[in-house]
Design a protein around this ligand. Structure first.
Ligand SMILES: *[C@@H]1O[C@H](CO)[C@@H](O)[C@H](O)[C@H]1NC(C)=O
Ligand SMILES: *[C@@H]1O[C@H](CO)[C@@H](O)[C@H](O)[C@H]1NC(C)=O
Ligand SMILES: *[C@@H]1O[C@H](CO)[C@@H](O)[C@H](O)[C@H]1NC(C)=O
Length: 730
């Protein structure tokens, strides 16, 4: 039959009009339905993705009691019943060509708009209803044999998403009665396996994930494309070469959806960065700031605890809005913590402490903090462990992020160790996500939905208001933080870590040895940031200023500010606590030959366990000074076998006879102060008849070793003089 040219013309016009108004027409043509009795983070994510693609969703059952069982097991018949009511009501009034798209919500996201979805649906041959498909025949695997024989990746029906015409869907939902507690997937599977139903209603399965991608079992097929020429990341099923429009984190793949959801539905892109980050931001009302419980946990001996306690005080937030809970479980720290508490607890809105001799386990202590927060005026729980070192603005940032559970990303400097996990393995332990290193190294920045956070995080109290046995830090054989995060995951509460800004880092307690005198001074290798802040001279970096005139008290003897007063005091105390000064004789078992030509009363770094640290100090802080003033000499790392503190005093050894050092250059760090700690002393360079007497605590003298700088230690007439000496590159 030939159509007239005129008719074809009319058809084209109509097609054009349909095209122009297709989004409006689609909106009229298709009803998008989901079931969600509970308002949770999964639903929020689902509705956001719908909004991104201009999809209006009707949520069925909102606020109703859920009778459909635990969704990790069989159940969900209530979804069918809610849909049945809706479909039956629609049948009374709606157009019979009406399309209905039904999806689950808590673990589903839209990845495209309705026009794309409808077009793809219409491309299925001879299909009036299309169900999503998966690899597992669930919940009754015995039914697998009843499926029509096919060689496809996803042979079995999944009920998390389907699309079809209203009359056929009506037949399907009215097929049989179903109890709320029965399984919805089993119900639809039986419809599909009923050959008469399947053929008469033209039911097909989306075997290739043309529209619906179920993630369970398909993780190796589904690739997240982030760095593409396209504007936004998407997923591709590399087995079927399809780009699905709806993704479903069915069964145990929920955490994978959480991961993908960080990028999909225009959440994040290289060009835009974190689109999600700004969507929820709250402007804090300064006149009515939220009440925060700052729950502080000192669970292990912690390097630089003093700085940590100071950081609590430095938090940029009114203390009248902070309820302090200070838990210390380390006897070693108790004096310091007690002093802090006595001095500052009254500044806070309220304060409570848990001491080592309260004999409360970590999990109990954390539960106490949570319950105390829930049962008081507190709006947020800010949990912070002593290993966390955060910027003063961190709390404010977290509060204004708009996220219910969010941690600032903290990483051990120079390591991949952080306060979150990007993924979790089937046993519930750490697994590395594909983006973990990029997040840790801040190659990408954003607020990331992750399965585990620890050490420092903010949680909105309304989110934590769950039965204490359900949301808990106590679970046998699990660390408290793991138990807590497991609870949150089981409750469908999303955790996030933010690296949108730089918030701080974690200190590393691994080598912290509290049997030492001043254990912090030993920490230069493991906690360099804190160590430098406390022990490096505040003017050390000025040595490298471009227009710096270096002090040279004698020819080729340079003089630099290097260590802090505190370093010098603690260094001396380490030596005196050790106490085994050499006897000043020529016999010295500490040396290879057992003989010292120019003996002093001294202690070698090896004896107090500081040799590695001192060599590192030479490499990191002394060598750059040397390279600057004795140009052209490079020796990295510097070698030094003789590193020791010398003690001069009138009743012991008051001076040292002229000698050459067995070194390329020698450094001499003054550990205390002339005219305060002792009288006399200093160093005289004989060739130049030049002495340095008024040495300065923490300042370093550096001079060539052999040949030119023959020198002597000048007489100490009163008190005790300490210097730290190294013969570098002997
Ligand atoms: C993104 O892809 C481009 C081109 O393939 C590449 O040069 C760039 O390094 C990639 N960026 C990242 C962060 O992977
Ligand atoms: C650092 O330099 C400033 C300015 O010269 C000085 O006032 C300050 O005392 C110096 N600090 C130390 C620890 O020497
Ligand atoms: C060395 O210097 C001192 C003063 O600084 C001076 O009294 C003395 O004569 C000098 N000795 C020689 C040998 O030049």
């Amino acid at each position: 039959m030939e159509e007239s040219g005129k008719l074809i013309f009319h058809k084209q016009i109509i097609a054009l009009i349909i095209l122009l108004f297709s989004h409006i027409i689609n909106a009229d043509d298709i009803t998008v339905l989901t079931v969600a009795t509970e308002d949770n983070h999964g639903l929020e994510r689902f509705l956001r993705s719908a909004k991104v693609y201009g999809i209006e969703v009707e949520v069925l059952g909102r606020g109703e009691q859920w009778n459909g069982g635990d969704m990790n097991y069989a159940g969900g018949g209530q979804k069918v019943n809610l849909l049945k009511d809706k479909v039956n009501e629609m049948m009374k009034s709606e157009n019979k060509d009406q399309l209905v798209l039904f999806t689950d919500s808590y673990d589903v996201m839209f990845l495209g708009n309705l026009e794309e979805i409808i077009n793809k649906f219409k491309s299925f041959p001879d299909t009036r209803v299309l169900f999503s498909a998966e690899q597992f025949c669930w919940p009754d695997s015995k039914l697998a044999s009843q499926y029509p024989k096919t060689e496809v990746a996803n042979p079995y029906l999944n009920s998390g998403g389907f699309i079809g015409y209203l009359p056929e869907l009506s037949e399907i939902v009215n097929y049989k009665t179903i109890n709320d507690k029965d399984d919805d997937q089993l119900y639809y599977t039986k419809v599909y396996l009923d050959k008469i139903m399947r053929n008469s209603l033209k039911i097909s399965l989306d075997h290739n994930a043309v529209i619906f991608q179920n993630l369970n079992g398909a993780l190796s097929d589904v690739q997240l494309k982030i760095n593409t020429t396209e504007e936004w990341p998407y997923i591709e099923n590399v087995a079927t070469k399809e780009r699905p429009l709806i993704v479903h984190g069915n069964g145990p793949s929920k955490l994978t959806l959480n991961h993908l959801g960080n990028y999909l539905a225009r959440s994040w892109s290289f060009a835009t960065g974190c689109a999600l980050c700004s969507e929820k931001k709250i402007k804090l009302n300064e006149d009515d700031l939220p009440n925060v419980m700052m729950a502080v946990f000192i669970e292990q001996a912690t390097p630089f605890l003093e700085e940590f306690l100071q950081q609590l005080l430095d938090t940029d937030y009114p203390k009248s809005k902070i309820h302090l809970l200070l838990r210390n479980n380390v006897e070693y720290h108790e004096t310091e913590v007690d002093e802090f508490y006595q001095a500052y607890s009254k500044k806070f809105a309220s304060a409570k402490r848990i001491k080592p001799n309260d004999f409360i386990s970590e999990a109990e202590a954390r539960n106490i903090a949570k319950e105390r927060c829930i049962n008081s005026v507190c709006d947020y729980l800010f949990s912070i462990d002593s290993l966390s070192r955060v910027e003063p603005n961190t709390l404010r940032y977290l509060l204004s992020s708009g996220y219910d559970v969010v941690a600032p990303m903290l990483v051990r400097p120079g390591q991949a160790w952080s306060n979150f996990w990007g993924a979790i393995n089937s046993a519930g332990f750490y697994a590395r996500s594909s983006d973990y290193m990029d997040i840790v190294h801040k190659v990408i920045r954003g607020i990331w939905n992750v399965p585990f956070i620890t050490n420092c995080y903010l949680a909105k109290v309304s989110t934590l208001r769950k039965p204490a046995q359900v949301l808990t830090y106590s679970k046998e054989e699990l660390d408290p933080d793991m138990a807590f995060c497991l609870s949150l995951r089981n409750l469908g509460i999303h955790m996030h870590v933010s690296n949108e800004l730089d918030f701080g880092h974690l200190v590393n307690p691994e080598t912290y040895d509290i049997s030492r005198t001043h254990p912090d001074v030993y920490q230069v290798l493991d906690n360099k940031i804190e160590w430098e802040n406390r022990y490096l001279n505040e003017n050390y970096s000025l040595n490298f200023a471009p227009d710096r005139k270096h002090l040279m008290p004698c020819p080729d003897v340079y003089w630099f500010p290097m260590m802090s007063k505190r370093f010098c005091v603690e260094w001396i105390e380490v030596m005196e606590a050790y106490g085994q000064w050499s006897d000043g004789s020529n016999r010295d078992n500490r040396l290879e030959g057992g003989y010292e030509a120019v003996p002093t009363r001294d202690i070698h770094m090896k004896q107090v366990g500081l040799d590695k640290q001192w060599l590192y100090i030479l490499k990191e802080y002394v060598r750059p000074l040397q390279e600057m003033v004795f140009t052209g000499y490079y020796h990295n790392p510097p070698v030094s076998l003789m590193n020791f503190v010398v003690r001069y005093r009138p009743d012991e050894q008051p001076s040292l006879r002229p000698h050459h050092d067995s070194s390329t250059y020698t450094i001499n760090l003054a550990l205390n102060t002339p005219h305060v700690d002792y009288e006399g002393g200093g160093c005289r360079f004989i060739r130049y008849n030049c002495s340095v007497r008024d040495t300065k605590q923490g300042w370093l003298l550096m001079h060539p070793g052999r040949l030119t700088h023959y020198h002597e230690g000048l007489l100490v007439t009163e008190g005790t003089r300490y210097i730290m000496i190294s013969f570098v590159d002997p």
